[in-house]
Design a protein. Structure first.
Ligand code: FAD
Ligand code: SF4
Length: 310
C-alpha cells in the first residue's frame, strides 16, 4: 500500500496446521483505485508470507470493518430498550487490536444494569446507569491510555504518526496530556480518480491469490435470492451520475464481496447493479461511499456469513 494508507497484515498460527491470514486497510484511504481485497491478494505474494503458504489450501474467507476509533468515537451507550456492548459500541482497543476482553466486561456491566432494573418496581426504559458504570470501569481507563493511537496516524501520516504512537504508547504509556481528534470522516478522504494513478493488481493464480467470487463461496453466505434488498440507495442516480465520473464508482473495488457492479445496458448506458445476496456484512459501503448514499440494513433471516473456520 502507499505510504498515505494505514494498515497492516497479521498471521496467526492455529491448531491442525492452520493459518489465519488477514490484512487491515484503514478506510480513510485516499485513492479510489485502491482495492482492499486486491491488496490482501498482493500481500500474500510477499516472500515472507508466500513461503508459509506453499502447499496450503484455502478453506475460509471473510471480511469486516474494524471500528477502532476508540474513546473519542464512542457513541451514547444507552437508548430506550437497549444498551450497546462490545464492538457494537466501539470498545476495541485499537493499539492492541484486541476487543474480546472489553466486549466481555461491557457485557457483564450491561447484565448488572439489567438485573438491577428487574429489582426495581417500575424500571426506566433507558438504563442510563450503564453509561456511568462503563465510564467508571477499567474499560474506560484502558481506552483512555490508547486514545491517541488511531487519530495520530490520521493526523500526522504514516511515518510521523508511527513515531508519535511509539513515544506515546511505549515511553509515555498513553499519559501525554493531549487528546488528538479527527474531524474528517473516512468517506470524505477519497480523492477524485482523475487526480490519481490506477493501481494494478496481480491476476489471481488460483494457488496463492484468488478472485472474489470463489472467496465469497467460502464465507458460507446464503441469503435468499428473492428477499428485499438490504442495501439501500438514498438516491439511485448517484452511483452513475456522481460516483462514476468522479471516483470511478469505488464501491466496485472496496466491497470485499463484489456486490456492486457497473454494467453496460443494451442501449449503451451504464447501470449500477447490487448483488445483495453476496453481501458478507462488513459494512464498508455504509462507511466509505463518498456520497454517503448507501445504507446497510439488517437483512431478513440468518443468511449472513457463517465463518466456521475463522
Ligand atoms: C481480524 C481481527 C483480529 C482480531 N484479533 C483479536 C485478538 O487477537 N484478540 C482480541 O481480544 N480481539 C481481537 N479482535 C477483536 C475481537 O474480535 C472483537 O473485539 C470481539 O469479537 C467483539 O466481540 P462482540 O461480541 O462485541 O462482537 P462479535 O464478536 O463481532 O459478535 C457479534 C455476533 O453477532 C452476530 N450477529 C451480527 N448480526 C446479527 C443479527 N442480525 N442477528 C443475529 N446475530 C448477529 C455475529 O455473527 C457475531 O457472531 C480481532 C478482530 C478482528 C476483526
Ligand atoms: S455490500 Fe457493503 S456490507 Fe456487504 S460485503 Fe459489500 S461492502 Fe460489505
Amino acid at each position: 500500500m502507499d505510504s498515505r494508507t494505514e494498515g497492516g497484515g497479521f498471521v496467526y498460527h492455529a491448531p491442525n496446521h492452520q493459518l489465519y491470514l488477514g490484512l487491515i486497510v484503514s478506510l480513510d484511504y485516499q485513492n479510489p483505485y485502491l482495492n482492499p481485497f486486491g491488496e490482501f491478494q498482493k500481500w500474500k505474494l510477499h516472500p515472507k508470507i508466500n513461503n508459509l503458504l506453499v502447499g496450503a489450501e484455502r478453506v475460509s474467507y471473510g471480511a469486516r470493518a474494524v471500528n477502532k476509533g476508540g474513546l473519542q468515537s464512542l457513541p451514547k451507550l444507552t437508548f430506550p430498550g437497549g444498551l450497546l456492548v462490545g464492538c457494537d459500541a466501539g470498545f476495541l482497543n485499537g493499539a492492541k487490536i484486541k476487543g474480546t476482553h472489553t466486549a466481555m466486561k461491557s457485557g457483564m456491566l450491561a447484565a448488572e444494569s439489567i438485573a438491577q432494573s428487574f429489582a426495581e418496581e417500575s424500571p426506566e426504559a433507558e438504563l442510563v446507569d450503564y453509561q456511568k458504570s462503563v465510564e467508571e470501569s477499567w474499560i474506560y481507563k484502558e481506552l483512555h491510555l490508547a486514545r491517541n493511537f488511531s487519530p495520530a496516524q490520521k493526523k500526522f501520516g504514516l511515518y510521523l504518526g508511527s513515531v508519535f504512537i511509539w513515544l506515546d504508547q511505549n515511553i509515555f504509556k498513553g499519559r501525554l496530556p493531549i487528546t488528538l481528534r479527527v474531524s474528517e470522516p473516512d468517506h470524505a478522504k477519497l480523492k477524485e480518480a482523475s487526480k490519481l494513478i490506477p493501481i494494478e493488481y496481480p491476476k489471481p493464480d488460483g494457488t496463492f491469490t484468488f478472485d472474489r467470487s470463489s472467496s465469497i463461496y467460502l464465507s458460507g453466505v446464503a441469503h435468499e435470492e428473492d428477499q428485499p434488498c438490504h442495501l439501500h440507495l438514498i438516491d439511485s442516480e448517484i452511483p452513475i451520475q456522481t460516483n462514476l465520473p468522479k471516483y470511478g464508482e469505488p464501491a466496485r473495488l472496496y466491497c470485499p464481496a463484489g456486490v456492486y457492479e457497473v454494467l453496460e445496458s443494451s442501449d449503451g448506458s451504464m447501470r449500477f447493479q447490487i448483488n445483495a445476496q453476496n453481501c458478507i456484512h462488513c459494512k464498508t459501503c455504509d462507511i466509505k461511499d463518498p456520497s454517503q448514499n448507501i445504507q446497510w440494513e439488517c437483512p431478513e433471516g440468518g443468511g449472513g456469513p457463517n465463518y466456521t473456520d475463522m
